[in-house]
Ligand binder design. Structure first.
Ligand code: ADP
Ligand code: MG
Length: 257
């Protein structure tokens, strides 16, 4: 049975999608069966896995509105080594359409249930908001991975996310926990980043992953080739860090069982 994780942070541009596709590719490399669910209407995780979001015959939107199943809508990202439930702009409409429906925040969870046996990991790339889409992600998941840059306002932004996760844990999904905070786009030469990194460890202790993802241009270049950095240039520092992170995730999951 798959462990299901949301990659979430309500800020945009913090590295959620990069984390989702590279963790997925890293996990695939070490033999794990992985599904990526793109829950962002921008469809960056879809494109970054090598699947054309404009050419989807069925997407996560159709799944949320129950006009198709995950088994029908998922596609193989051949080069990346994992499956993708894709998204495109259509998904922006789901936000409004879901509000009218019953069990509106549990739709993704219900849709994933029949296929969790097919995977070891399901990774959900969330949009940069605490919206109905993110709520669907958080209601489906066992845990949340929070990528963050070690910048001055990083801790402040975390409070909202931590409170939202606490509320969902209390009311909608008792399984939900923060699995860990992942320091991304890290540059050790910047003193402020080191300081914030230390603060994070002081505040969150064990919840801060040991692996640190460095700022690495190969990770930023990879999406334009329709590949995760781990596949595009496996020897790069960024790719190596994500492979380490995949191993760390496998270990964390073992301690959850
Ligand atoms: P989000 O999904 O949170 O909006 P992205 O993963 O799309 O964030 O990352 C935002 C931008 O930063 C993208 O252009 C991405 O290529 C770049 N980026 C992310 N992680 C790194 C990294 N470790 N090194 C260099 N660039 C990165
Ligand atoms: Mg994104």
């Amino acid at each position: 049975m798959a462990k299901i994780f949301c990659v979430a942070n309500q800020k945009g541009g913090v590295g959620k999608t990069t984390t989702t596709v590279n963790l997925a590719a890293g996990l695939a490399k070490i033999g794990q069966r992985v599904l990526v669910v793109d829950l962002d209407p921008q469809g960056n995780a879809t494109m970054g896995s090598g699947i054309d979001k404009r050419a989807l015959t069925a997407s996560v939107y159709d799944v949320l509105l129950e006009s198709t199943t995950v088994a029908e809508a998922r596609q193989r990202a051949e080069a990346s080594g994992y499956d993708v439930l894709g998204a495109n702009r259509e998904l922006a409409g789901a936000e409004v359409e879901l509000v009218e429906l019953e069990r509106r925040e549990q739709r993704l969870k219900a849709a994933l249930a029949p296929i969790t046996k097919d995977y070891d990991f399901i990774l959900i790339d969330c949009p940069p908001s605490l919206s109905m889409l993110t709520l669907n992600g958080l209601c489906s998941a066992h845990g949340v991975v929070v990528p963050m840059q070690c910048e001055y306002f990083a801790l402040e932004g975390l409070t909202d996310l931590v409170n939202t996760i606490k509320q969902i844990h209390a009311n909608l999904n008792a399984d939900l926990q923060i699995i860990g905070l992942l320091r991304v786009m890290f540059d050790p030469r910047i003193t402020l980043q080191q300081q914030v990194s230390e603060q994070l460890k002081a505040h969150f202790g064990e919840k801060v992953f040991d692996t640190v993802i460095p700022r690495n241009v190969r990770l930023a270049e990879a999406p334009s080739y329709g590949m995760p950095g781990v596949v595009f240039d496996g020897a790069s520092k960024g790719a190596q860090a994500f492979i380490d992170f995949a191993k760390e995730m496998v270990q964390r999951v073992e301690t959850m069982r």
